[in-house]
Design a protein around this ligand. Sequence first.
Ligand SMILES: [Fe+2]
Ligand SMILES: [Fe+2]
Length: 288
Amino acid sequence: MTTTIYGAGATRVGVREITPQIFWISHSAGDQAAKLNRGFAEDFARVNPGFDPEANDIIYGSYLFLDEKTFLIDTLGPAQHETMLEALGDLLAGRRLDYLWISHTELPHAGNAAAIVRAHPEVQLLTVGGHDHYALHGLGDARQLAYGDCVDLGQHRMEIIEPLFVDHALTQWIYEHRTGFLCPVDWALNAQNQHQSFRFMDEMEEVGYSRERFQHDVSITNCVVFPWLRWADPDQIARMIDAFYAKYDIRIFAPSHTNVIRKDVPEYLAALREAMRSVASREFSIVY
Ligand SMILES: [Fe+2]
Ligand SMILES: [Fe+2]
């Protein structure tokens, strides 16, 4: 497992190669996560005994494609401002950044947009259309996209797709046709403990994680991330997910807050569907 790490704690960023042209740039606070995130895992575990009480770390993910054109998905958060720019600069190694795509305007996803534009003024910003206050988020000059719009990078073709699960309406997902890469942004979401930073999901299994735990994690975290699921129909949710899986051949599952899944993808996707079915079946409070 080769990981290049920048910074520590709140600034800590790791770079992993998924394919020779696709890189995972992520934030993981490691042994400082419990302090920074105020030990939320213990509270989660008290209510949900299957949850790891040491899993205090939430991943922020960003992905870089180095093709004939270069394409960055999301920016990490403001605390990773300098380490993100450093990691990005090292990966680009003097090349220009052609595109920066913003999935939705929240700080862990878009908080460094303005800083990246300042460092790479040639970049074309891309984001979801139909929004307000773009300038506030550093997206004043962004090209606004619709579902079905594609950006060709050379060997990779990025398609903006309609999301299934959103935490606010103006969110897009993105799919790459040749590699079967999908970034479903906030969907999935597992926490991790300090021994699990920067690992692909198959490497998480080497340190005690499992598909069953992933399913359990998602069934807890997605109540919080998508509280509207309280009113959703579980069978309809499962049918929508299956239709989505049938439409998109997913071979690299690369959300924003989840360890990247590159092996046993169908099994993990099945676990994810069952997790969502159970979220929609449960009674849960949306007031904490
Ligand atoms: Fe979000
Ligand atoms: Fe998010």
